[in-house]
Design a protein around this ligand. Sequence first.
Ligand code: NAD
Length: 485
Amino acid sequence: MSQPVAPMFIDGKEHTPDRPTRVLRSPGDGTECGAIRLGTTEDVDLAVRAARAAAPGLRTTPVFERADLCRRLADAVAANRTDLARRLSTEHGKPFHTEAHGEIDAVVNAFRDAADQVVSMRTESIAVRDPAKRVAVTRRPRGVYAVVTPWNFPLAVASIYYLAPGLATGNALVWTPAPSVAGVAAELTAILHDAGLPAGALNLVTGEGPVVGNAAIRHPGVDAVAFTGSTATGHRIAEAAVGKPLQLELGGNGPTIVLPDADLDLAARAIAGGCFANAGQICTSTERILAHRDIATPLAERIAEHAAAVVLGDPFDPATTMGPVHTADLAAKVRGQVEAAVAGGGRLVAGGTALPDAPTPNYVPATVVDGVPHDAELHVAETFGPVAPVVHFADDAELRSLVHRSDFGLSGAVFSADIERAIPLAESLPCGIVNLNEASSYWEPNIPAGGVSGTGSGYGRTGGPWSLEEMTEQQAIVITTRSGD
Ligand code: NAD
């Protein structure tokens, strides 16, 4: 049965040109669950023009009005929570009853937080030598943004990082979501428009990233670029965005370090959450566990107990605690990394094998591998699947060298009972966030998130007030007084 084709949105209206379409298939059961139009550079051009026309009015809308708008948008998303969660779960594969609803709640909070925080942004007054001058340093929106987002949190990453802060600060946005989740992106965009979003403030163009994302980034009418996705794509984005302000939130593979004095029960529980939440498809997932050799195997076995309790299954079954991964290609990559690590000497402690009779190849069980070889892909590359790879280290020197075996620098974790040792160790890690005695994936949007310079994880900071700052720029207003008194 053919599915309705999701509309694009340009200038506040549905945009439904005659374009080739792409069918979306549910990772849960492989059935057709929607379709999108494959937009063109012409669609992007229309979207940028609409955004340019809207930008001056958005900039001059009083900040309290923009905050009120964000609250209305939050309320509208909350009112459509179940429908949005259903579509999200169907297109993405995350469990409907838990993670999909949680993601919609995060979208609601993003718009509420942006409303609260934007009205508290500060204007500075600075001293200068000329006694006749007064200088105010204000913040203004950057103008028209190209926003390119990944599929792992199709709505939450887009909303927390860019849509809520971008609209709250008075930017006009051209959003090109990952095509495999563009149906639910269209549903969110429709809800936001029905709630009173001004025409041209948020324009949605669906299609393949190298076509529509690339065209949006390069468009001369786009003033700034916000990208979240893989490191490889991020490097292409940086070339395309040359000369424009750019935020790059890229991949992660930060270390989770477990010292011999750590509380192993606490560590295993937190690490299992960091490995298996969202089926491991989080940029800050616990991707590699560097454990002292005295405690590494007992730790792996305790993580395996948690892995055994994970219920992998149909995203709509209330008993399911972990859904399939988003694509069959990703499932094959994850399985390949696990097999290579085991062939290289690692020991499979949990999972690893395919789920029998699964309706799609995307069902990857919660997996634990102990004694992962130091040079295994499972250790040095971003896996982005539900795997806990335990890597052994003997002493501080080996730990230091292992930390730098991977090029990423997004998040990390340290487990130790000795806070005096853990804090300097945390400070030495090349990670934008380090959690002590907590999973590497723990994050609340009021905490600045982003990659460390010199790593493959990008730059810029997102979340709450940090996103508001990134999406605005300073402007100095110099006032000359009459007398200089
Ligand atoms: P991806 O790089 O394949 O795609 C991301 C987006 O870029 C998609 O919308 C895609 O359509 C678009 N795109 C692809 N090629 C393009 C091009 N040439 N020009 C313009 N746009 C293009 O990433 P993904 O597989 O969707 O997402 C997973 C990755 O995202 C992981 O590496 C993950 O770690 C990362 N991620 C990072 C963060 C963070 O905060 N740092 C958050 C979420 C996800």
